[in-house]
Design a protein around this ligand. Structure first.
Ligand code: PEP
Length: 250
């Protein structure tokens, strides 16, 4: 297995006004040379803070990303933001297919794939999120669901450089519940095998993140699971101290 450089990513969701920018600054300044040597770090603030966040993080190891993009470059899509606009804000990443987008905005695998393609066309790294519901897990459908989401949402030609996969069991997001180490092990081994089958060497070195109630006190255990190459963090990424503690556990 190749040496994969971990990525610890924060998703602020619809949280953060200008007074939260001091946390971006604290995170950027808190990533010391030793951390920056070993891991990549990313914060995805709301779109309203994106451009000023990239200015704060400029010349630091912290990367900035958006939480969603539209699939088209521009046009009559009131309220939407294109991948090109995100790149124009000097951001480097975008999340696509987060479960909240899939559930609350009706995004299908096909839509997520189109967004992922738009992200790549704009030069952004896309973090493609997948994950099962509690009902799907309870009825033994987890791997079927993940397989379907991967084949539907991940575009052809994906590479380790332009694509990150985030496995986020929906029932673990924002709930304080986490899957067992055995469950994470099974899911990540499955995702790795699927990516390897489809993308060969690129699939072998593509980063696979775990997300769902990662906190400073459970991060080390979750991040030690084979094929967990980092984490996607919601709530605990809003506080610099918590986010940095998770980075250090990585
Ligand atoms: C998320 O929404 O991507 C997430 C993982 O949230 P939390 O860490 O708050 O569960």
């Amino acid at each position: 297995t190749p040496d994969i450089r971990p990525l610890v990513a924060g998703n602020w969701k619809m949280n953060g006004k200008r007074d939260q920018l001091d946390q971006i600054k604290a995170i950027a300044e808190g990533i010391d040379a030793d951390l920056a040597d070993h891991i990549d770090t990313l914060i995805c603030p709301p779109a309203t803070l994106l451009y000023v966040a990239t200015a704060i993080a400029e010349q630091t190891p912290l990367a900035i990303g958006a939480q969603d993009c539209h699939e088209k470059q521009n046009g009559a899509y009131t309220g939407d933001i294109s991948a090109e606009m995100i790149a124009d804000c000097l951001a480097d990443y975008v999340l696509v297919g987060h479960s909240e987008r899939r559930a609350l905005h009706g995004e299908s695998d096909q839509t997520v794939r189109a967004k992922a393609e738009a992200a790549k066309a704009a030069g952004l790294v896309r973090v493609i999120c997948i994950g099962e519901t509690e009902a799907e897990r309870k009825s033994g459908q987890t791997l079927d669901v993940l397989g379907r989401q991967l084949s539907g949402s991940v575009p052809d030609g994906a590479t380790a450089e332009d694509t990150v996969i985030a496995y986020e069991p929906i029932w673990a997001i924002g709930t304080g519940l986490t899957p067992t180490v055995a469950d994470v092990t099974e899911a990540h081994a499955f995702i790795r095998a699927e990516m390897k089958t489809r993308f060969a060497g690129e699939g072998t070195s593509m980063r696979l993140l775990y997300g769902g109630s990662v906190k400073p006190d459970n991060a080390a255990e979750l991040l030690a699971v084979p094929h967990v190459d980092g984490a996607l963090i919601g709530g605990a990424s809003l506080k610099a101290a918590d986010f940095l503690a998770i980075c250090k556990a990585c």
